[in-house]
Write a protein that binds this ligand. Structure first.
Ligand code: GTP
Ligand code: MG
Length: 461
């Protein structure tokens, strides 16, 4: 699974398009200084002669015509102390669409290649500057939608996840080697305690894999946002809840049942977690065609929800529809708000065993912070004590960890018998787990895997 390091010089605009104070053109590769010097018309020495970590000031010209393209700053980075690990120049010019574009075109005409999306970060990975979890953290950081997401991405960039994954890799490697060594023992000479000891280490490894898997929910919510659908009968206070959590009058609230007829979406950040809130048309046998369509949309939204917050009017008894709705819903993805308790309380949390519920009055004294906390607790499912551990794995990490967990457990099971015939399969399972852990930090990777990962980056990163 060798990955070949590219050797050409690549260039790209690294800043977002549009008006801005400055724009940056990036150039990286062994020929970066020679290329940049063909455009640089500032005072001597040339960029190639300048020490690392310095900058020059001077015009950028088109090499063919000598036309001045812009006045720029030229930052000099030398291998291996640059983002990519290669010689690199960053050219800071005026913002807006033209100056950076013209400088880039001049570099391309002089022999640079337009960088692919994420190619600078891909080179940083290939040159051993960062591992794959850190490369992914760069993307997470750029795409972070909340402060909490940014904080976790920064921790991952600083290797918080990579360290744990590599420790896991080392522990598994040692176990694999020991299981393989057990195969070399002549019959009956292997002490009985050895398989048992190895099994204990495998169990500890499973525990660590499971602990990492438990952080997936949080990673999923932070990276993808969670969909929280507010549902219930008409007039129970769904739109009131949306407005409360959104902090603004997003949806119309009225005493007429059937006010909301279409789904209404609002992005909110609750305690640092980005959520997509969806207010819906109340569920009932509606006579009107528009409302019926609204109810179909409610059902569609519910099918895609990470969590359903179901409101009921607690001053009334539950209707048959409400009872069957609650019974049919997965309780892990359900939070019931017993609303309107200021009008009296017929339904109590005790009446809904096995379902998370809260009695509230959204109109008179809304416990917004408590509701937010409860919603987050349901969707993030943060394991206890995880606040000290700034790690939240992604879908890709999870896929590998799930396979690895399965393999480690199979290996562990094989060693239970302490029969020699089981040692080889035990070793094979341990090796398979090792491969999966290796995929996570990029010890093993394929071009295909890297293509997929870096294609999600922007050009210039
Ligand atoms: N007394 C009382 N009234 C409430 C409470 N919460 C909401 N309401 C009122 O109940 C009525 C319906 O509220 P909405 O938020 O529009 O209810 P909805 O579930 O969105 O209704 P539809 O869109 O028709 O399905 C409004 O008059 C609200 O002011 C509460 O806690 N107590
Ligand atoms: Mg409504």
């Amino acid at each position: 699974m060798a990955v070949f390091s590219p050797t050409d010089d690549v260039a790209a605009i690294a800043t977002a398009p549009g008006a801005g104070a400055i724009a940056i053109v990036r150039l990286s590769g062994s020929g970066a200084f020679a290329l940049a010097d063909r455009l640089y018309r500032g005072a001597a020495p040339t960029l190639a002669q300048r020490p690392a970590g310095t900058f020059a000031h001077g015009p950028a010209v088109a090499p063919g015509t000598g036309e001045v393209l812009d006045d720029a700053l030229w930052l000099v980075f030398r291998a291996p102390h640059s983002y990519t690990g290669e010689d690199a120049v960053e050219i800071q010019c005026h913002g807006g669409s033209q100056p950076a574009r013209r400088i880039l075109d001049a570099l391309l005409a002089a022999g640079a290649r337009q960088a692919d999306p994420g190619e600078f970060t891909r080179r940083a990975f290939l040159n051993g500057k960062i591992d794959l979890t850190q490369a992914e953290a760069v993307l997470d950081l750029i795409q972070a939608r909340s402060e909490r997401a940014a904080r976790l991405a920064t921790a991952q960039l600083e290797d918080a996840l990579g360290r744990r994954i590599r420790a896991l890799y080392d522990a598994l490697l040692a176990v694999s080697a020991d299981v393989e060594a057990m195969l070399d023992f002549p019959d009956d000479e292997l002490p009985q305690s050895v398989p048992k000891e190895v099994r204990g280490r495998l169990a500890a490894i499973s525990g660590e894999i499971q602990a990492l898997l438990d952080t997936w929910h949080e990673g999923h919510v932070l990276r993808d946002g969670a969909r929280v659908v507010i549902a219930g009968a008409p007039n129970v206070g769904k739109s009131t809840l949306l407005n409360l959590l959104a902090g603004r009058d997003r949806a119309i609230v009225s005493p007429h049942p059937g006010t909301t007829r279409d789904t209404i979406e609002e992005t909110v950040v609750l305690n640092g977690y980005p959520l997509q809130l969806v207010d819906t048309a109340g569920l009932r046998d509606a006579p009107c065609e528009i409302e019926q369509e609204g109810i179909r949309r409610t059902r569609r939204a519910l099918a895609e929800a990470d969590l359903c917050v179901c409101l009921v009017d607690a001053s009334q008894n539950l209707s048959a529809e409400e009872k069957s709705f609650l019974a049919a819903h997965d309780p892990r993805k359900l939070l019931v708000l017993l609303n309107k308790i200021d009008l009296g309380q017929q339904i109590r949390t005790e009446n809904l065993p096995g379902i998370d519920s809260m009695a509230v009055s959204l109109q008179k004294s809304p416990p917004t912070a408590e509701i937010s906390a409860k919603i987050l607790q349901k969707i993030v499912q943060k394991p206890a004590g995880s606040d000290q551990e700034p790690v939240a794995i992604s879908e890709r990490h999870r896929n590998s960890l799930l396979i690895a967990l399965d393999e480690v457990k199979s290996s562990e099971n094989r060693l239970k018998t302490a029969l020699e015939a089981d040692f080889l399969p035990a070793a094979t399972h341990a090796r398979a787990a090792l491969d999966q852990i290796g995929f996570i930090f990029g010890k093993y990777c394929t071009e295909d895997m890297l293509d997929r990962l870096f294609s999600r980056f922007c050009v210039g990163k």
